[in-house]
Every structure is written in structure tokens, then in C-alpha cells.
Design a protein around this ligand. Structure first.
Ligand SMILES: Nc1ncnc2c1ncn2[C@@H]1O[C@H](COP(=O)(O)OP(=O)(O)O)[C@@H](O)[C@H]1O
Ligand SMILES: [Mg+2]
Length: 450
């Protein structure tokens, strides 16, 4: 474990990496020819006997462009390819070279860098391949052998240190409409959560946002322990979909060295949308609000790969963001995810509009690591705080309209007394630890318990 940690020095180039680079070179390459070109796919003849589904192909055009793509469909004589880039300049008869399975070979030296979903640096640096090729569709750890959820983590955010604890190996979803603070909250987790390595997938963002996230939000301090994998919104759906799969592969690389990895994906909705585009192009029919049936399997198998490891492996603690239009939690992607996660946090627009961030709607949010994640005394504080918040919530409209008569309900009276302190607590950062957060929460609600 410490060896693995010591090895995480940014920019380290080793012999193993160099040999791994050489091992990717082959002496012969299967070549086919472009036969048909459609709007979003193309057909190649000559690779059917040697290629496999999902493998990578590169087309060299007469104009000198190289267009890569993935095999989506095959029959006895042709393969259908979806390109990673636009098809400008691709002509009938162009050479199509089979590159082989879609894999990545992460290396510890990738820490501190921004890479694209193919594992290539996009921050102007040079990066070595690791010594082990990993499939982008790895299987999750054996369900009967993987550990149970681990110990509570320090998050640097008061509400997540107390009322909604995050434990090692937990998978949490952040749900909200757009502009309610998911990405900002995710960046707080990136900076403040206890972990050896942080792997961040930014899917379908604008280019400017990726730059901003790396330079200003994460900053040099946050980048020291992070690998960022980014696919911008203008890239092909294949590349956007691959972004999360690559991030998961990178997280697994560090997990297998016994490390604790924090995986952050923003957003799973964009991942599902990219998958929808790929699946529809490969001939699948849309069903759930246009999402093809394979969407739920795609999301579930992704989530299953995160979580506690088995044997000497470490754990992947994962936080996914989910965009829910109009805060509709029954929307298909939100619905699939809620079922597979160990907790969901709902961010509320009204709370954000009155300026409280993170805008967590505590009464609708759940962390399934409770009650084990907290001591008996802490669980009692959590129950009291939830009871008071619930009472205030039920009576809020009456209170604000001046219709609530003090003395009618002792619990509501108590909740009114502590409300400002509790509301303030929910927005606080935590510079110390979970025990200190609990102490402050206890103080905030104590006037109600007198
Ligand atoms: N912790 C915060 N403090 C202050 N403002 C915030 C905070 N979190 C979010 N915001 C405001 O909300 C806006 C949208 O946040 P963002 O994280 O981009 O939302 P989302 O990812 O849900 O679309 C930000 O530009 C900022 O104005
Ligand atoms: Mg966002």
C-alpha cells in the first residue's frame, strides 16, 4: 500500500512503461476498405473475419486525415463503424485498419494530468502507457467476495460529515435540475474528501468549463492527487460515452494497487445520452423516453464496478451527478440510478434560490450507510435534527404566512427556535473532522432539546 502510494509521483517515466509502449506495436495489421458512408456510420469490407464487436478501427483518408471509430455491427462480409471524429474527406475505397480491442493502459504517472477518453494527454504533456492493458468493460469484483462498506470519510462539508455520511466504497448520486449546484458540490468533494487518488470524469462539458474546473476550481493543490478525464460536448457520442468507462478503468488501476480511489462523474445523464445516440445508430429501438433498453444495463454495470474491492484491492468510492429536468425523480435515468446507488442526495432549486449552498433537500435525501456509519449518540443527534427539520418543513408555509400560532405544537415551536442555526449549519464547510461537525450540529439543535 505505501509502496503504491510512493509510486504515485507525477511525471515518472520508467522502463516498464517504455516496454509497454513497444508491446503495442505489431508487425502485421488487418486492412479493409470503406464501402458505404452514411450520416453517422460507415461500412467497411474485408475485416469481418478478423475483427470483433467493439474493436477500434482507423481510416486513413486520401487527404491525410486519420479517423478512428468503433465497430457497432457486423455481418459475414462487412462491419459497421461509428466514427470518433467527423467523416469529412472520407471516401469510398479508403483504407480501414483494424486497431484491436478498446483498451487503456493507465499508469501512476497520469496523476496530475488531464487526459482524453482514449488515454492521451490533452494538457500538452507526454504520458507513458502503463504495463497492463485494461478493457473498458471490465467485470465488477465478485459480489460474494467484495467487502462490505467501509469506515466513514471526512468530506470537508458539514452536512456530509454528519446527516448524510459518506463511507469508503459507497456510491452516492447527486440529483438536481440544471444550475442548482451539482458540479460545484462535486468539486468540493474532489478537494475535501479523504482519498489516495481522485479520478474525475467530465462528460459533455464545454471546453471552457473543463479549463475552468482544472485551473480555478480544482487548482494545483487539487490536481496533485487527481486524474481528470474530459470529453467535451462537441465530441462524438462514442467519445463521450467512453469518458466514464475510461475513468472507471483508471480508478480500477489504482484500486488494484490497494489504494482508496474517489471517482467523480459529472454527469451520468450525459453518459446515458451518449449511449442512446450510439445504441440508436447501431439499430437498437428507443423505449423509455427514447432511451434504448440497453441503457439500464449500461448504467448498472458501470455503478457495480465502483464500490468496495475484494482481497488486497482497495475501494472505489463514487459520486455521480444526475440531471433531472424539472426535478422529476421518476425520469428514467434517475429512476435506474436510485435503485443501484447506496444513497441519493437531492439538491433543491428553491433552497439554491434563497442562497443556501449546498442546496441539499435533507428530508428527501438518504445515505444508506446509516445507521452503521455513526455511533449511537451520533445517530440520536441525526434523528433529532431530522425530526425538527421535518416539523419545520410541514409548518413552513403557515409560519411564513404568519398563520402559525406559537404554542399550538411544541415540536414546531422548538423547530422554529433552532431553524436559523440548523439552516446555517447545513451550508458550512468543515475544516476539522466529523466529530467536530457533530459537536456543532448538537449545539445548533440543543435549544430545542431543553
Ligand atoms: N456553494 C456555492 N456557493 C455559491 N454559489 C453556488 C454554490 N454552488 C453553486 N452555486 C451557484 O450555482 C450556479 C450553478 O452551479 P453548478 O454547480 O454549475 O450547477 P449544476 O452543475 O447543477 O448545473 C453557480 O454558477 C453558482 O452561481
Ligand atoms: Mg454541472
Amino acid at each position: 500500500m505505501t509502496d503504491a502510494l510512493n509510486d504515485l509521483k507525477p511525471g515518472r517515466v520508467n522502463m516498464k512503461g517504455l516496454l509497454a509502449e513497444f508491446s503495442t506495436l505489431t508487425t502485421c495489421q488487418a486492412i479493409g476498405r470503406v464501402e458505404e458512408i452514411h450520416a453517422t456510420t460507415l461500412t467497411v469490407r474485408g475485416l469481418s473475419g478478423v475483427a470483433g464487436l467493439g474493436e477500434q478501427v482507423a481510416i486513413n483518408t486520401e487527404t491525410g486525415r486519420r479517423v478512428t471509430g468503433e465497430i457497432l455491427q457486423m455481418n459475414q462480409s462487412t462491419v459497421t463503424i461509428m466514427p470518433d471524429q467527423n467523416l469529412e474527406g472520407v471516401a469510398i475505397g479508403d483504407e480501414a485498419m483494424l486497431l484491436g480491442p478498446n483498451t487503456i493502459a493507465p499508469d501512476n504517472s497520469w496523476i496530475g494530468h488531464v487526459i482524453d477518453p482514449a488515454g492521451q494527454p490533452i494538457d500538452g504533456s507526454f504520458l507513458m502507457r502503463g504495463s497492463k492493458e485494461r478493457s473498458l468493460r471490465n467485470a465488477p469484483p465478485n459480489a460474494t467476495k467484495r467487502r462490505a462498506l467501509g469506515a466513514r470519510l471526512e468530506t470537508g462539508i458539514a452536512v456530509f460529515n454528519t446527516l448524510l455520511p459518506l463511507v469508503r466504497g459507497q456510491r452516492l448520486g447527486l440529483f438536481s435540475g440544471s444550475g442548482v449546484g451539482k458540479s460545484t458540490l462535486l468539486s468540493k468533494f474532489a478537494k475535501g474528501t479523504q482519498a489516495d487518488v481522485v479520478v474525475i470524469a467530465l462528460i459533455g462539458e464545454r471546453g471552457r468549463e473543463v479549463r475552468e474546473f482544472v485551473d480555478s476550481v480544482l487548482g494545483p493543490e487539487g490536481m496533485k492527487r487527481s486524474v481528470v478525464i474530459a470529453a467535451t460536448s462537441d465530441q462524438s457520442p462514442l467519445v463521450r460515452r467512453r469518458c466514464v468507462l475510461t475513468a472507471m478503468g483508471v480508478a480500477e488501476h489504482f484500486r488494484d494497487q490497494g489504494l482508496h480511489v474517489l471517482l467523480l462523474a459529472d454527469s451520468v445523464t450525459r453518459f446515458a445520452e451518449a449511449h442512446r445516440e450510439v445504441a440508436l445508430a447501431s439499430g437498437e429501438q428507443g423505449s423509455l423516453r427514447g432511451f434504448p433498453p440497453s441503457t439500464s444495463h449500461m448504467i448498472m454495470s458501470l455503478c457495480e464496478r465502483a464500490g468496495p474491492g475484494e482481497g488486497h484491492a482497495g475501494d472505489i468510492t463514487a459520486i455521480f451527478t444526475i440531471l433531472v429536468a424539472g426535478s422529476d425523480m421518476d425520469e428514467p435515468i434517475a429512476d435506474i440510478l436510485r435503485g443501484v446507488l447506496d444513497g441519493h442526495v437531492i439538491l433543491d432549486r428553491q433552497i439554491a434560490e434563497r442562497g443556501r449552498f449546498p442546496a441539499v433537500d435533507l428530508l428527501r435525501s438518504v445515505s444508506r450507510s446509516l445507521p452503521e456509519a455513526a455511533s449511537q449518540e451520533e445517530n440520536e443527534i441525526i434523528t433529532q435534527a431530522r425530526r425538527l427539520l421535518g416539523a419545520y418543513d410541514r409548518a413552513e408555509m403557515m409560519i411564513q404566512a404568519g398563520l402559525y400560532a406559537a404554542g399550538s405544537d411544541p415540536v414546531i415551536d422548538a423547530s422554529i427556535k433552532i431553524w436559523p442555526a440548523l439552516d446555517q449549519f447545513l451550508s458550512e464547510d468543515e475544516s476539522e473532522n466529523c466529530s467536530v461537525s457533530f459537536e456543532r450540529l448538537k449545539q445548533a439543535i440543543s435549544p430545542a432539546l431543553e
